[in-house]
Design a binder for this molecule. Structure first.
Ligand SMILES: Cc1cc2nc3c(=O)[nH]c(=O)nc-3n(C[C@H](O)[C@H](O)[C@H](O)COP(=O)(O)OP(=O)(O)OC[C@H]3O[C@@H](n4cnc5c(N)ncnc54)[C@H](O)[C@@H]3O)c2cc1C
Length: 331
């Protein structure tokens, strides 16, 4: 879409340069889809282009207390997808929660352009319920670093960054710089469930379970709700305990309502997927558990198919899609 109200594109990462009518430009997949009036009644006047930021997309940090992974806001979905493979077998073994990266990326309704251009920061700042990078980062207790116009810097848990459907905690002019994923969460065992009403469709419910080293469970509900909801248990609850906790944590009005799923359906699926996660994480670690994880990564609402697995043992639904063939010209 043309953005014919734009008077200037400024290459900068300095929040001090921001003024009313500006928007940070990352991959542009939202800005160039929705146009000049994407974010209100007033047209955008300038784009502050992060394209030349030069931020390292992924940084592995060793040593406490910062140990973990730092994702730059400008890290693309394609770069994020490559992360588990780039760490090798030993890296993946140390941080089994990296198994979440690929199914979360695969939860995108992403064309080639979205996959290669859109960014971690753009996904968080667009703040859609079905934002799969939000799901990933919230599920791993990611913490966002936000830069402000006066040289300020603050840190906000990703689970609190998104405040509603398309809303977040950023003040005008604030810039999301990066997200830190702590080693403690990356070391955890995880379970992933996702459902969509249509094949390769937008997520209607996306739940992540994380069993930490001390036996505690963190359950993160996204896509079903307008913002992430996190439930923490000191130990794995029983089925009734889990359902009761969901009753308390997710009021009816928090379930999202749009063409990708009615609130009542999203609520039912939240309870069902949460219980599946609880059951999966109750089984002993081993090949059976890994197989269960791999078999459940694609949650499209269609007859189950077991997708091929990658060398890291995780399923890759993208490979499961049969290549389309087109007739030769003149044939
Ligand atoms: C075909 C299609 C399918 C899509 N499917 C999905 C989907 O399944 N789930 C989903 O969540 N989204 C989806 N989207 C929306 C969008 O592509 C993604 O949310 C994407 O991740 C946005 O990233 P971007 O870098 O392109 O953002 P941009 O378009 O560059 O920016 C989006 C917004 O975020 C702001 N912004 C970007 N980076 C920063 C930053 N570092 N600090 C502060 N503000 C910032 C921008 O100013 C703008 O307001 C889809 C879009 C299309 C066109």
């Amino acid at each position: 879409m043309d953005m014919n109200s734009i008077e200037e594109v400024v290459s900068t990462t300095d929040p001090a340069e921001w003024r009313a009518g500006d928007a940070w430009l990352a991959g542009g997949t939202v800005l160039f889809s929705y146009g000049s009036y994407a974010f209100g009644d007033e047209p955008l006047k300038r784009l502050l282009d992060l394209g030349a930021a030069g931020w390292v997309p992924v940084t592995v940090l060793a040593g406490e207390p910062a140990a973990g992974i730092e994702l730059a806001a400008t890290c693309t979905i394609a770069e994020l997808y490559a992360l588990p493979e780039s760490l090798g077998d030993s890296g993946r073994a140390a941080w089994p929660a990296l198994d979440l990266v690929r199914p979360c990326c695969d939860s995108f309704v992403a064309s080639f352009k979205v996959w290669n251009m859109s960014t971690v920061g753009g996904n968080l700042c667009t703040s859609l319920p079905a934002g799969p990078v939000i799901s990933l980062c919230a599920g791993l207790d990611g913490v966002a670093t936000i830069l402000g116009p006066g040289g300020t810097r603050r840190r906000v848990p990703v689970a609190e960054f998104v405040t509603g459907n398309g809303t977040n905690c950023l003040a005008p002019g604030e810039l999301l710089r990066s997200v830190h994923l702590p080693a403690s969460a990356l070391s955890s065992r995880v379970a992933f469930r996702r459902l969509s009403l249509s094949n390769l469709g937008r997520s209607g419910a996306l739940l992540i379970g994380r069993l930490d080293g001390d036996g505690s469970l963190v359950l993160t509900v996204t896509a079903a709700t307008t913002r992430p909801v996190q439930l923490r248990f000191q130990e794995l609850p029983d089925a009734a305990g889990l359902a009761a906790a969901l009753d308390g944590a997710v009021p009816a009005g928090l379930y999202h309502d749009d063409i990708h799923g009615l609130p009542a359906w999203r609520r039912d699926m939240t309870y069902r997927l949460a219980e599946e996660i609880r059951a999966e994480l109750s089984t002993p670690v081993g090949q059976a558990a890994r197989d269960a994880f791999a078999a459940r990564v694609s949650g499209d609402f269609w007859p189950p198919q077991i997708p091929p697995t990658t060398s890291s043992g995780t399923a890759n639904p993208r490979q499961a899609v049969a290549p389309q063939t087109f007739p030769q010209e003149g044939a």
